[in-house]
Design a binder for this molecule. Sequence first.
Ligand code: NAD
Length: 474
Amino acid sequence: MSAPASEVPPSVAGLDPLFDAQRVAFRRHANPPARERKAHLDSICRLLLDNSEAIAAAISADFGHRSAHETRVLEMFPSLEGAKHARAHVAKWMRPERKSVSLWFQPARARVVKQPLGVVGIIVPWNYPLYLAVGPLVSALAAGNRVMIKMSELTPRFGELFAERVGRSFARDHVAVINGGVEVAQAFGRKPFDHLLFTGSTAVGHHVMRAAAENLTPVTLELGGKSPAIVAPDYPVERAARGILFGKCLNAGQTCIAPDYVLLHEAQVPAFIEAARNEVLQLYPGGAASVDYSSIINSRHYDRLQGYLEDAALKGAQVVALAGGTSESGRKLAPTLITGVNDTMRIMRDEIFGPLLPIVTYSSLDQALDYVADHPRPLALYYFDHNRARIRRVLDESIAGGVTINDTIFHIAQDDLPFGGVGASGMGHYHGEHGFNTFSKRKGVFLQSRLNATWMLKPPFGRRIERLLRFMLR
Ligand code: NAD
């Protein structure tokens, strides 16, 4: 086994030899059988189970505070589920698929074979540093690839721990975890990977795609954006508040698929504010000071969020704190509603990525759908309604990366569903078989049969092809 990952300094110069070593290793063993891939996935499961406490402690230290329960529910559990799901299905995913052959080419056969791409890169953000590293890693290993992972500079403690533990389970020419600053991330993005999966902001996504284009490296971009939650006019607001505040308060709103803002019928606003306050007290009886409630990752982001509140208030919005316990020193920011918002306010232009929930009002469902359609395509959309026809209408008339109806967040936890954005919120998918396919070459193969009639299509062309073309071009 190679040296532990943590012994290798996080340097730009270190990337080239690592990349070359992975390339060579891939050429030597370009298509690991299902048995080996399952063993790799088992190693991931063991790594998660054996290091659960250390992982939660490191992430909490990086955040300032994050409950170990939250890390175990939101990161450990879906990572483990994803690895187990892939282990259970990888042999089936690897099987060649039979495809149909048109009458003209029979009795030949056609099939799709799935092949590992080679060396793939994964760039990880800070908000769920375990899940957003392990999720893509599981897909890439199930597909039989070599993997380089760049962790975020904002989670250095977890990044170090993860590099060290991965280094104990995998040779560096198989899976390598790289830490370091933005200059390392930029150099990483310039490597001629066979596929690059980036999770992060839409702004940085532009740079990543531009760098990848130099190598024609295909990209999966898992980006962010403003995900709306729409509540139907006659839907019980208490139930809506329960789903929306749960999704908004997880990790103190620092969740890519958190509901960014809520679209409510004008008449629902007072009842929703009341229900939201009750819901927050139910979830976090001590408000922001509760042990289950996360800190904001750093003071730059804390100040950014406070800036949104000041800007909105200055432009005429009302700010309604739903609980106490905000503390600048602990970077704890209480869940807060903002009413009377408009699109001149920064809070309605930027992705919020924090526990602030603006309320936008509508007078008809048409107006709500128009509002969503007039803005960049979101990563997630939440709709609360019991009316089937209206649900179908919202699904048909809105475009979003993924949807949960009558709750929030949970579509991400379904391993059989593709996960990924659309438009400004990203491109491509992973999770389950969708991730396996993302990191595989699906190669079309045509198997000619000994006896076949394709000679009829070949030159020299004459009366025979003329007669045939009368049928072929009907
Ligand atoms: P970010 O874009 O600032 O950074 C993400 C990663 O990119 C970091 O590891 C960083 O080191 C690296 N990076 C920075 N500049 C780079 C460059 N030029 N080339 C290559 N890599 C570079 O994002 P963040 O602040 O870490 O994360 C928050 C954002 O991520 C939010 O917008 C959120 O919505 C999004 N996000 C999306 C998903 C998803 O699944 N779609 C999940 C989590 C977070």
